[in-house]
Design a protein around this ligand. Structure first.
Ligand code: NDP
Ligand code: HSE
Length: 436
């Protein structure tokens, strides 16, 4: 049988990694796919740039449409990123009857509903395993391995750059900016690294996970996102003293009232396995009604880990080429006509426990005022500690852990506490989850 020809758009970290995996493991891959798979064409912006993969036998171009319009190429790997030209190219590839494999979570989270509709109309596959959690086959696990379950919730460390920064800050006391620069040099960070540190990238990934877990449309605009830029070393240390670790989590939970979709720094008990996922590693906990809690762990970013996921999708596409397009695994796990628009809860309606850090003047009655405000909002305190002033400061840090409460109650309490003349500056609030 003739080899399958693949065209790669983008030869950077992921494109280079995918080409390396396809080339090095070509024989093993052919044994699995049933056909040889060959990268014949690739595009990049600068053809003179040094590449991490061997491009000797690949026709290179700066015009990706040459590849999209080449009738011999059956599978397109969109590994250039962004949502403008990448979107145009993916739609054009589908229109031309080509299957698409992408690592572009922004594209899928924002335009996936239209992309999958168009792909179904044209009978082609759009595969996106690499878009979430790098090398971890989490899409396949939820979409296929757990398809007998009702998924109750999932929670994951789904941004490698952010986890790398938090780990290096905690373990080595390094500065935020310094670690971010290293993550960029290692190829982990997004083209715009604010996507990593402000929770946007994790929000894109959570959008995708929630869609395949609950059978809902992709709806990034409804995800509550908060990044890691406000986390201080003091909070990391206080959390440790209380038996918790701060991780940046994406959480999707189905409740009686609707679905929670949120990305934010979270205190989790340090004994949990996921609390010990460090560096660029990612992990996703998925709770199904039948299977119970399951945990998936692996490299969340980087050339070959992500290349591994891209190549697995390519093999899946090749295996599915002879199958009836009507009977393939649905793009979003659920049959397109069975996707239900369950309401997504507003952030104010989410219930969780909290870590609070207040800076208080050293005066009698401050604690009484604070605890009264919390009691008036029906918020119960789980633990409270008063610390020594930080070096060079006179105010006393007060650390509190609360029981679960509605976010709107906590917002009201924080506003009242910040209005007290004895409370200095903004109150730090970090949500807590037991993930039990
Ligand atoms: P890089 O910046 O390393 O690579 C992007 C590649 O696309 C480069 O080769 C660049 O060319 C090429 N490119 C950009 N614009 C064009 C264009 N208009 N025409 C032709 N080629 C173009 O990005 P990554 O590999 O890191 O990321 C690619 C995608 O994978 C993104 O969607 C990202 O979110 C996703 N992803 C990244 C992961 C990672 O670990 N880095 C992990 C999982 C997903 P040139 O090299 O000449 O500049
Ligand atoms: N920038 C992303 C991360 C790449 O750091 O997780 C993998 O999706």
């Amino acid at each position: 049988m003739k080899p399958i020809k693949v065209g790669v758009l983008g030869l950077g970290t992921v494109g280079g990694g995918a080409v390396n995996v396809l080339t090095r493991n070509a024989k093993e891959i052919a044994r699995r796919a049933g056909r040889d798979i060959v990268v014949t064409h690739a595009s990049a912006k600068d053809l003179n740039k040094a590449r991490i993969c061997d491009t000797t036998d690949i026709v290179l171009t700066t015009d990706s449409f040459e590849i999209i319009n080449n009738p011999e190429i059956e599978i397109i790997l969109e590994l250039m990123g962004g949502t403008t030209q990448a979107k145009e190219l993916v739609f054009a590839a589908i229109e031309n009857g080509k299957h698409v494999v992408t690592a572009n979570k922004a594209l899928i989270a924002l335009y996936g509903n239209e992309i999958f509709a168009k792909a179904s109309e044209k009978g082609v596959i759009v595969a996106f395993e690499a878009a979430v959690a790098g090398g971890i086959p989490i899409i396949k696990a939820i979409r296929e391995g757990l398809s007998g379950n009702q998924i109750e919730w999932l929670a994951g460390i789904i941004n490698g750059t952010g986890n790398f920064i938090l780990t290096e800050m905690r373990d080595k006391g390094r500065d935020f900016a310094d670690v971010l620069a290293e993550a960029q040099a290692l190829g982990y960070a997004e083209a715009d690294p604010t996507f990593d540190v402000e929770g946007i990238d994790a929000g894109h990934k959570l959008t995708i996970l929630a869609a395949i877990a609950f059978g809902i449309p992709l709806q990034f605009s409804k995800v509550y996102t908060e990044g890691i830029t406000q986390i201080t070393r003091a909070d990391v240390n206080y959390a440790e003293e209380l038996g918790y670790r701060i991780k940046h989590l994406g959480i999707a939970r189905k409740t009686q009232k609707g679905i929670e979709l949120r990305v934010h720094p979270t205190l989790i008990p340090h004994r949990r396995l996921i609390a010990n996922v460090n560096g660029v590693m990612n992990a996703v906990l998925v709770k199904g009604d039948a299977v119970g809690a399951t945990l998936y762990y692996g490299a969340g970013a980087g050339a070959e880990p992500t290349g591994s996921a891209v190549v697995a999708d390519v093999i899946d596409v090749v295996r599915a080429l002879t199958s009836d397009p009507e009977n393939r695994v649905p793009h979003l796990a659920f049959q397109p006509n069975a996707i239900v628009d369950i309401p997504v809860l507003a952030a104010e309606d989410i219930k969780t426990a909290y870590y609070l850090r207040l800076n208080a003047e050293d005066k009698p009655g401050v604690l009484a005022d604070v605890t009264k405000i919390l009691a008036d909002q029906n918020i119960s305190i789980e633990a409270i500690i008063q610390k020594e002033p930080l070096k060079g400061e006179t105010s006393l840090p007060i650390i509190m852990l609360t029981q679960q409460t509605l976010e709107k109650e906590m917002n009201a309490a924080i506003a009242k506490m910040e209005a007290l003349s004895t409370i200095i500056g903004k109150i730090t609030r970090i949500r807590m989850e037991t993930l039990g």
